[in-house]
Ligand binder design. Structure first.
Ligand code: COA
Length: 386
C-alpha cells in the first residue's frame, strides 16, 4: 500500500442555506479544496451523500456534480452509509490512492436538508433505521438515541447533567468556528430546560438539520512532500470501517457502540497507534449521548466513564483529549453526507496549526469518527503530521 496524504481542504459554512442549491454548495467546497491543494485536475471524484433524492429530488449525483465542476469525463462515484457517507467517501478515496489505482482523488461530502420541511426531513433521516422493525412503528432518530441514553444511564449511572455538558462544551467550541451553524453559548440549565424531544433528550441535546458541503484532495505522500516544500504534510495512517446491527433490538449490548469499537480497533492497528497517542478527536455527536458512547468505544475512557470525563473537563479544548474542537455536529451542524468529510477538514486544520482560536497546541496526531444511523456503521480515520 502507498502512503496517502491530504493536500487540500475546503468547506462551506454550515447552516440553513436556502439561497444555495445543492450543486453550488458542493462546487464551493470542491473548488476551495482544489485551490487549497494548488491543483486543477484529479483522477477520481468521490461523493458522500445520504439522501439527495428525498431531500432535493436529485439522484445520479456523481455525474451531475463532476459536470458542475467542468470535469465531465472524470470517473465519479457516490457512496452511501447514512450519516457515515462522508467518512466512507474518505475511505473510498484513501483506498484508491493507497492501492495505486489513482494518484489524486477529490473526496467530497454534501447534503442539502432544508429544502424540505421538518416532518419530511425526519422521514428522510428515518430511512437509515430499520424501516420494517423501527420506522414503521414510528420511532425516529431522537427516539432511538433516547433509548441508548436511558440504557447507558441505567447501566452506568450516567446523569442528565453529564449529557448536557457535552452540548455546553461543543457550543463553546462552535463559538470559535466561523463555519459553524450555531454561534451560541449555552449553559447546563439551557440544555435541560430546552424543549423535550425524546426523553431524556431535549432540543439542545440534538444535532440540527443542516445544509453544507466539505472536500479534501488526497494524493500520495511522496507527491505531497514534493508539493509541500517546507510545510507540514498530513498523512492518513489508519482507516477502519465496521458495521453493526441496524436494528437496535438485535444488538448484543445497547450500552456499547460495537461498530465504533471495531472501526477504531482497525484504524489503530493500521496506524500502529493506541488511544493514548491521539492528541484530539472529532466524534459523531449527533446526540449528546453519542459523544459519550463514542469516546468509550474508541478507548479514550473505560465503559461508563465517558460522562464523568466530560464533567471533569477532560474532553474540553484544554483537556487531556480535546473532543469536537470544531463544535461537533451539535454546534457546527450536521449535513449528514458532508459530516464525515468535514470532521477530517477540522483534524487537518488542527494538525497544520491553522485552527485559529480553537487550536490545540502541539497537535500532531488526530482522529475522526463518523457513524451511520444509530450505530449500524462507523468509519474511523487516524491522521498524522509527518
Ligand atoms: N440545536 C439548537 N437549536 C436548534 C436545533 C438544534 N438541534 N434544532 C433547531 N434549533 C433551533 C432553530 O434554529 C430554531 O431557532 P429560532 O426559533 O431562533 O429560529 C428553533 O430551534 C426551532 O427550529 P425548528 O427547525 O422548528 O426545530 P424542529 O423542532 O423542527 O427540529 C429537532 C428540532 C431537534 C427535531 C431537529 O433539529 C432534529 O430532528 N434533529 C436531529 C437530526 C437527526 O436526527 N440527524 C441524524 C442523526 S443520526
Amino acid at each position: 500500500m502507498r502512503d496517502v496524504a491530504v493536500i487540500g481542504i475546503g468547506m462551506t459554512s454550515f447552516g440553513e442555506l436556502w439561497e444555495t442549491p445543492l450543486r453550488s454548495l458542493w462546487a464551493e467546497a470542491a473548488l476551495a479544496a482544489l485551490d487549497n491543494a494548488g491543483i486543477d485536475s484529479v483522477d477520481l471524484v468521490t461523493i458522500g451523500c445520504m439522501s439527495s433524492g428525498l431531500f432535493t429530488g436529485q439522484e445520479h449525483l456523481a455525474s451531475l456534480l463532476a459536470d458542475e465542476l467542468g470535469m465531465a469525463g472524470v470517473p465519479a462515484t457516490r457512496v452511501e452509509s447514512a450519516c457515515a457517507s462522508g467518512g466512507l467517501a474518505v475511505r473510498a478515496g484513501f483506498a484508491e490512492v493507497a492501492s495505486g489505482l489513482c494518484d489524486t482523488v477529490l473526496v467530497t461530502g454534501v447534503e442539502k436538508m432544508t429544502d424540505v420541511d421538518g416532518a419530511d426531513a425526519t422521514y428522510a433521516l428515518g430511512t437509515a433505521a430499520d424501516a420494517e422493525w423501527e420506522g414503521f412503528h414510528g420511532v425516529t432518530f431522537p427516539g432511538l438515541y433516547a433509548m441508548l441514553a436511558r440504557i447507558h444511564m441505567q447501566k452506568y449511572g450516567t446523569t442528565r447533567e453529564q449529557l448536557a455538558r457535552v452540548a455546553v462544551k461543543n457550543h463553546a467550541n462552535g463559538l470559535l468556528n466561523p463555519h459553524a451553524q450555531y454561534h451560541l453559548k449555552v449553559t447546563v440549565q439551557d440544555v435541560v430546560n430546552s424543549t423535550l424531544v425524546a426523553d431524556p433528550l431535549c432540543l439542545l441535546d440534538c444535532s440540527p438539520v443542516t445544509d453544507g458541503a466539505a472536500a479534501l484532495v488526497l494524493t500520495t505522500a511522496e507527491r505531497a512532500r514534493e508539493i509541500a516544500g517546507d510545510k507540514p504534510v498530513v498523512v492518513i495512517t489508519g482507516s477502519g470501517m465496521a458495521t453493526d446491527t441496524v436494528t437496535l433490538a438485535n444488538r448484543a449490548d445497547l450500552a456499547e457502540l460495537g461498530a465504533v469499537k471495531l472501526a477504531g480497533e482497525r484504524a489503530y492497528a493500521m496506524a500502529r497507534r493506541k488511544p493514548e497517542d491521539i492528541h484530539l478527536v472529532e466524534v459523531h455527536d449527533c446526540f449528546t449521548i453519542a459523544e459519550i458512547m463514542a469516546t468509550e468505544a474508541l478507548g479514550f475512557f473505560n465503559p461508563g466513564f465517558g460522562g464523568s470525563a466530560v464533567e471533569k473537563g477532560l474532553t474540553s479544548l484544554q483537556g487531556k483529549i480535546p473532543v469536537n474542537t470544531s463544535g461537533g455536529l451539535k454546534s457546527k451542524g450536521h449535513p449528514v453526507g458532508a459530516t464525515g468529510v468535514a470532521q477530517v477538514v477540522e483534524i487537518v486544520s488542527q494538525l497544520r496549526g491553522e485552527a485559529g482560536q480553537r487550536q490545540v497546541q502541539g497537535a500532531k496526531i488526530g482522529m475522526a469518527q463518523n457513524m451511520g444511523g444509530s450505530g449500524g456503521s462507523s468509519v474511523v480515520h487516524i491522521l498524522e503530521v509527518v
